[in-house]
Design a protein around this ligand. Structure first.
Ligand code: ADP
Length: 619
């Protein structure tokens, strides 16, 4: 192969610039990232080798080695993992796998990312962290049955590819250290950095150095194992420091920050396994940008890494949880596909779900401030469980917080407290979904409840309108959207209905898209409102979906009028006095217009609305 030069994808260059500038003070993480990759590469080939020993080429003495060459100022990290073919090198080291990178960069710019390492950390810098310490990086790699490849780059715009003469499977990462990063050639620095970040890595990390014997004038090669290789999840909880948990979390998640919560336990009984799970502080990059609805944990069987691709170890609504499950009950020597269908996984899953929900419930109980942060980051995802995990619906519901008419904006309540505070004789849990608090807190739908002193939950997360109706009830109390379905006592308005009959019929015929016009007791101060069917979407959601380009058909709605309101009374009187008065039409249309606006929907013809208002003002 002749040497060829290829350009990085544009985003990659921008990203490299950001990484090297913003993470400068954290630059030692490069070693963690490279060791993590080496460890993944070994795990991959080891697993493949379980079912196809040929792939191993007789080399299964797993290890990661580090060599420092002070003369040439190079640090080399080698593994005998799966290696990469030429195509894989181009794919993995010349582009960015993350599909949301462009959007991320735009956001990073907006937020002044150069001074915001946490933001970049969220991205998961990986291999590219090398360029913080090296001005030239060479990767020599060989996969089973493929020719060896040499990749080289200065991290500015392009990389070159050429042949290499490596004969064994695996990857060498050679860092030509920058002048201000030569400290990473010191054995002390290497030792302590590996210890700090990667002590628990299950494959040996060996440091190879040569020592000069000044007297004899000879050189002696020394090999030193830097990590203790104790799988952290197998160690007793009482002996593990928070920092150790945090480093392990960073190792598996590529998060720069430690976890918000750690769950470590051993399940015994029907199935035995160990789990070490983490709830992150904030959404990691992948979750922020790619909406992968599946959860990924690292599954180990008898300490052998199997996969992080099983999506049945945790339900999608807990996909923010990261961690490891290690089971000794699962068979080791089978393919991923067969393992994926093992019924034991279902048992493990329900156990994990129970534990996670319990941990969150305890957090809510004992550490409400921390829980609020969790809720702000992840409740939208958690709510999906109302739809998908019927067995745990109520437990999930218990973890949800909502704004409420009973508290000032920004303060929240939960279903349990709502039920506790229900007014005497109140049977239902009342809620109103809308775009934001301000747009619904003075909504006409709330008037009669305010009047009766009944609390209404204000649901302003767009997903609420989809998932909350699925909950149906909480602790035997039915959930009821105050802007949907019938609310009136059938007999309460008998008298008025007779009196308004003619006008109501006129309004129904006049207004397009209105299937019924009727009187209501649900309003106090407002004149009119639009009411949807019990199971219809809220108008603000329909509006949002239209904005996203979805074809949401306009539904026929019900217009309800408040017979106590002076305007409604006035129009009705005008109608009785002279049906032909042209003002009746204007007034009726305006009653409808204002009800549409208050519902959170958009007017079909805002210009006509303005013209009607102007006609009234000029009158
Ligand atoms: P990430 O590890 O988050 O996927 P990186 O940028 O660190 O991102 O690495 C990109 C990809 O390059 C990896 O997913 C892997 O496929 C490949 N890779 C990196 N290092 C190695 C290695 N030592 N051996 C084999 N493949 C590697």
């Amino acid at each position: 192969m002749a040497k060829k030069t290829m350009k990085f994808k544009t985003e990659l260059e921008q990203l490299l610039h950001l990484i090297t500038h913003s993470l400068y003070s954290h630059r030692e993480v490069f070693l963690r990232e490279i060791i993590s990759n080496a460890c993944d590469a070994i795990d991959k080939v080891r697993f493949e080798g379980l079912t196809n020993a040929e792939l191993l080429d007789g080399d299964s003495d797993w290890k990661i080695t580090i060599r420092a060459d002070k003369e040439n100022k190079t640090l080399t990290i080698s593994d005998n993992g799966i290696g990469m073919s030429q195509d894989a090198v181009i794919e993995n080291l010349g582009t960015i796998a993350h599909s949301g990178t462009k959007a991320f960069l735009a956001r990073a710019k907006e937020m002044g990312a150069e001074n915001n390492p946490e933001l970049i950390g969220q991205f998961g810098v990986g291999f590219y962290a090398s360029f913080m310490v090296a001005d030239d990086v060479t990767v020599i790699t060989k996969a089973h049955g493929e020719a060896a490849v040499k990749w080289e780059s200065k991290g500015t715009g392009s990389f070159t590819l050429s042949e290499a003469d490596k004969t064994t499977r695996g990857t060498d990462i050679i860092l030509h250290l920058k002048d201000d990063a030569t400290e990473y050639l010191d054995s002390w620095t290497i030792r302590s950095t590996v210890k700090k970040f990667s002590d628990f890595v299950e494959h040996p990390i060996l440091f190879l150095s040569t020592e000069k014997d000044e007297e004899k004038g000879t050189e002696e090669a020394k090999e030193e194992k830097l990590n203790t290789q104790t799988a952290i999840w197998l160690r007793p909880k009482s002996e593990i420091k928070d920092e150790e948990y945090a480093e392990f979390y960073k190792h598996i998640s590529h998060d720069m920050k430690g976890p918000a919560e750690t769950i470590h336990y051993k399940a015994e009984g029907a199935i035995e396994f160990r789990a070490l799970l983490f709830i992150p502080e904030a959404k990691p990059f992948d979750m922020l940008m790619n909406n992968d609805p599946k959860a990924h944990l690292n599954l180990y069987v008898q300490r052998v890494f199997i996969s992080n691709e099983f999506d049945n170890l945790l339900p999608g609504y807990l996909r923010f949880v990261k961690g490891v499950v290690d089971s000794s009950d699962l068979p080791l020597n089978v393919s991923r596909e067969i393992l994926q269908d093992n019924p034991m996984l279902d048992k493990i899953r329900s156990n994990l779900v129970g534990r996670i929900l319990k941990t969150l419930a305890q957090m809510k109980e004992k550490n409400y401030d921390k829980f609020l942060k969790f809720h702000a980051e992840f409740s939208t995802i958690l709510k999906e469980g109302l739809q998908t995990d019927w067995a745990n619906k109520e437990k999930i519901a218990d973890l949800l917080l909502f704004e409420t008419t009973a508290k000032p904006a920004g303060e929240k309540t939960c279903f349990a407290d709502y039920v506790e505070n229900m007014a005497e004789g109140q049977e239902e849990i009342l809620y109103l979904a809308g775009e934001n608090r301000r747009s619904i807190q003075n909504s006409p739908y709330l008037e009669s409840f305010k009047d009766k002193g009944q609390e209404v939950l204000l649901m302003i997360d767009p997903i609420d309108d989809f998932v909350i109706p699925q909950l149906m009830e909480y602790k035997g109390k039915k959930l009821k959207a105050v802007n949907k379905g019938d609310r009136d006592d059938k007999d309460a308005l008998k008298e008025e209905e007779k009196q308004f009959e003619g006008f109501l019929g006129f309004a129904k015929d006049l207004l397009d898209g209105v299937k019924e016009v009727k009187l209501t007791t649900r309003l106090k101060d407002s004149a009119a409102c639009i009411v949807g069917d019990e199971y219809s979407m809220s108008p603000h959601i329909e509006e949002m979906m239209r904005r996203m380009g979805q074809d949401v058909p306009k539904r026929e709605s019900v217009l309800e009028l408040n017979p106590e309101h002076p305007i409604v009374k006035k129009v009705q009187a005008m109608y009785d006095a002279d049906k032909a008065d042209p003002k009746i039409e204007t007034y009726t249309r305006l009653l409808h217009d204002q009800a549409v606006i208050a519902s959170g929907a958009k007017l079909d013809d805002p210009a006509a609305f303005a013209a009607r208002i102007n006609a009234l003002l000029a009158d």
